[in-house]
Design a protein around this ligand. Structure first.
Ligand code: C2O
Length: 555
């Protein structure tokens, strides 16, 4: 009898052991197809993954291996980017077209294969070619390792909330037309919450509904997958507790408004602690300068169990479009959790001190409507996409694809946030900035106001960075560093550089490969506000980029 019990116990242990200790392999198949979707009140077919808009959620735990086979069933070229996934040594799976891979062509497939190391929380995946990410996107949920709790009270339920923007016309046609004219593209026709705009012009969509039970707490995994807009998010009558951004835990804080840029993710706890009722859920755009935006508010409903859809809804006022103080307050409240389990490893010394002046500019253009073309640049370089992926060129030593002379500083310093010199023009180039393995970088992103100052949600691939400082006007290298937070700055992969201001970030170049950095307003990326860091291999074991997979697409 005793023996049998021991045997059973051993069997149970043997059965459980692999699942609790070893990393699991998560297999997904993404079929990229063109499909009609009625949810959008759009009659035209859009490009989506597995027929869904937004696309499927990728679920995994920290340390899991994720394998996604992407099959291209559309006429357009396709790539998928796992936004915020560190991709340690696996740059081949990062996804930006012509930076780390050639696109997956019609009828072809490619297997993305990466491990989720040192990250837990919410991220997003999206197409990374032209403007395809407008409809090709979805959430990535990275749960903590088995048996490891969240560093905040366990929610009763979790809910994914994805924001988007949609155009009645085909998005590629929208940007192609704009590029031909040299002018800004049409703004979107509506914002969406989980694919639904709610009451919008010429659209009777019901809008997204979040059904809740009184007294329960929900973890909202919020993703901004919009193309060109930073957004405000509010739920009438309810406070939200922020606990994580960009898959990094934060010190919890309460807010009634979330500010979120495209590419950013925010986890917030919501407790259904109000009177049973219907409460408005809404998103609206932030724009504190003269640039035109889609000013539609997308609306949904927080509905307590027992409430009817027809009952009245408690409303809330959205912040004005130019509510800079709300964005500042939100960003200033974000701090790394910086606990024993989740320390903030802020580089305390700096090997490369860089300053990138980022913004929109204007160049002469004979064929454009006004004789000029709107451009965007970093340090006067408007990045030109190569026709071979830079990572391949780097790995195989193919010359002529890129140069490694990206300027560490603006070539001709000027009053970035004041009246610009009339002579400012941008140059085209495919330039990277070279970093030795494990070197530390401080990068000041300085907004410029050549046409108009504007907020730039800037995203760095391959790394998380710490946001050590920010300010208005021009960065002062003498005095501003005195106020840097080198203890518990927020850690993220995308940061809004304030309008007519600057942001300082720090990161360690511990990931060999070629890593794209760009404004996540897709229109600015298209105009050239992008560059790449080339991080060399280290000398030690496990410090080199892995060899490319056999099915890596060819250009
Ligand atoms: Cu979310 Cu380079 O992008």
């Amino acid at each position: 009898m005793m023996e049998l019990r021991v045997l059973v116990l051993m069997l149970v242990v043997a059965f459980l052991y692999p699942t609790c200790v070893e990393s699991r392999v998560r297999n997904y198949k993404f079929s990229v197809v063109r499909k009609n979707t009625t949810a959008l009140c759009a009659s035209k077919p859009i490009i989506v993954v597995n027929g869904k808009f937004p696309g499927p959620t990728l679920y995994a735990r920290e340390d899991d291996i994720v394998i996604v086979r992407v099959v291209n069933h559309v006429k357009d070229n396709v790539t998928i980017h796992w936004h915020g996934v560190r991709q340690l040594r696996t740059g081949w799976s990062d996804g930006p077209a012509y930076i780390t891979q050639c696109p997956i062509q019609t009828g072809q497939s490619y297997i993305y294969n990466f491990t989720l190391t040192g990250q837990r929380g919410t991220l997003l995946w999206h197409a990374h070619i032209n403007w395809q990410r407008a409809t090709v996107h979805g959430a990535i949920v990275i749960l903590p390792k088995r048996g490891v709790p969240y560093p905040f009270p366990k929610p009763d339920k979790e809910e994914i909330i994805i924001f988007g923007e949609w155009w009645k016309s085909d998005v590629e046609a929208v940007i192609n037309q704009a590029m031909k004219l040299g002018q800004p593209p049409n703004v979107s026709d509506a914002h969406t919450i989980n694919g639904l705009p709610g009451p919008a012009p010429n659209c009777s969509s019901q809008g997204y509904t979040l059904q809740v039970e009184t007294g329960k707490t929900y973890l909202l995994r919020i993703v901004n997958a919009a193309v060109n807009e930073e957004l405000f998010f509010k739920i009438a009558g309810h406070q939200l507790t922020i606990v994580e951004v960009d898959a990094s835990y934060t010190k919890p804080f309460k807010t009634d408004t979330i500010f979120i840029g495209p590419g950013q993710t925010t986890n917030a706890l919501l407790t259904a602690d109000q009177k049973i009722g219907n409460y408005l859920i809404a998103i609206s755009p932030f724009m504190d300068t003269i640039v035109a935006i889609d000013n539609q508010t997308a609306m949904g409903t927080l509905r307590y169990n027992g409430m009817l859809a027809v009952s009245s809804t408690t409303l809330t006022a959205m912040p004005p479009q130019n509510a800079t103080p709300i964005t500042t307050k939100f960003m200033d409240s974000l701090r790394s959790l910086n606990s024993k389990e989740y320390p903030a490893n802020v580089p305390q010394t700096v090997d490369h001190s860089l300053m990138f002046a980022i913004g929109v500019a204007v160049n002469p253009c004979a064929t454009c409507v006004n004789g000029s073309r709107v451009m965007a640049d970093i340090n006067n370089v408007s990045f030109v996409m190569p026709t071979t992926a830079i990572l391949q060129a780097h790995y195989y030593n193919i010359s002529g694809v890129y140069t490694d002379d990206f300027p560490a500083n603006p070539p001709n310093p000027y009053n970035y946030t004041g009246t610009p010199p009339t002579s400012i023009q941008t140059n085209n180039g495919t330039k990277v900035y070279r970093l030795a393995y494990n070197s530390t970088v401080q990068l000041v992103l300085q907004g410029t106001s050549i046409i108009a100052p504007e907020s730039h949600p800037t995203h760095l691939h391959g790394f998380n960075f710490y946001v050590v400082g920010k300010g208005l006007g021009n960065y002062d290298p003498k005095n501003d560093p005195k106020n840097f937070n080198l203890v518990d700055p927020v850690e993220r992969n995308t940061i809004s550089v304030p309008t007519a201001g600057w942001t300082a970030i720090r990161f360690r170049a511990d990931n060999p490969g070629v890593w794209f950095m760009h404004c996540h307003l897709e229109v600015h990326t298209t105009w050239g506000l992008k560059m790449a860091f080339l991080v060399e291999n280290g000398k030690g074991p496990n410090q080199s980029i892995l060899p490319p997979p056999n099915d890596l697409p060819k250009c």
